[in-house]
Unconditional design. Structure first.
Length: 179
C-alpha cells in the first residue's frame, strides 16, 4: 500500500489542482477494497464509486452526469455535486444529492472509471484484475446476493467487451492482481 500511496502523491494533479485516481477492472476483482484503502491512506482524498451512477441497464453511458456534475467543477476549483443512484426495492432511481468538496485526491472506483475519455485528466490509473471469471462472479454474488447472479453474468459479458474496446488495462499506471 505504501507504493500505491507514494505513486498517488507523486503524480501531478491533472484535474485542475486535483489528482484524479481511477481504480478500474472487472467486477469482483477487488476494486472497492483497494479504492477504500487508498482513500484511507492518502490525505485529503474523496472516494466516489461508479456504483453511484451505473445500473444494470446503463453500465457506462451515465458518464456525462459525473463529468458535468463533479469532474468539471473540481477542475475549476469548485465543489461538485451529483445525484446518487439508489435501489429501493431493487429498482434503480436517482436518490440523494451528494456534494463533493474540492479534495487533493479524488479516487474514482469502478468499471469504466479509467475510461479513455478521462485519460488526459488522470493522475494515476490502477488496474485491478482477478482472471478467474467464475470466481469473480461468486465474489460479486456473495457481496450483492443470489438475485444478482443473472445480472452479474450479463455484466461480465458487457465489461469484457468494454475493456477490449477501451483497452483500459494497457493504459494503467500500475496493475494489481488479486487472484
Amino acid at each position: 500500500m505504501d507504493e500505491i500511496r507514494t505513486a498517488t502523491l507523486a503524480a501531478p494533479p491533472r484535474l485542475g489542482g486535483v489528482r484524479l485516481v481511477a481504480v478500474d477492472g472487472p467486477s469482483g476483482a477487488g476494486k472497492s477494497t483497494l479504492a477504500a484503502r487508498i482513500a484511507a491512506v492518502v490525505p485529503d482524498s474523496v472516494l466516489i464509486s461508479t456504483d453511484d451512477f451505473a445500473t444494470w441497464d446503463d453500465p457506462v453511458a451515465w458518464w456525462p452526469r459525473l463529468d458535468s456534475g463533479v469532474l468539471r467543477p473540481l477542475a475549476e476549483g469548485r465543489p461538485g455535486r451529483y445525484q446518487r443512484t439508489e435501489w429501493p426495492g431493487g429498482v434503480p432511481r436517482l436518490g440523494a444529492w451528494i456534494t463533493v468538496d474540492v479534495p487533493s485526491v479524488l479516487v474514482l472506483e469502478g468499471v469504466s472509471a479509467g475510461r479513455r475519455a478521462v485519460q488526459d485528466r488522470l493522475s494515476c490509473l490502477f488496474w485491478v484484475d482477478f482472471a478467474d471469471a467464475p470466481q469473480r462472479l461468486e465474489r460479486s454474488v456473495r457481496r450483492d446476493g443470489e438475485p444478482s447472479r443473472p445480472y452479474f453474468r450479463r455484466w461480465q459479458e458487457f465489461e469484457a467487451g468494454w475493456f477490449a474496446v477501451d483497452d483500459t488495462a494497457a493504459r494503467a499506471s500500475q496493475k494489481i492482481n488479486t487472484g
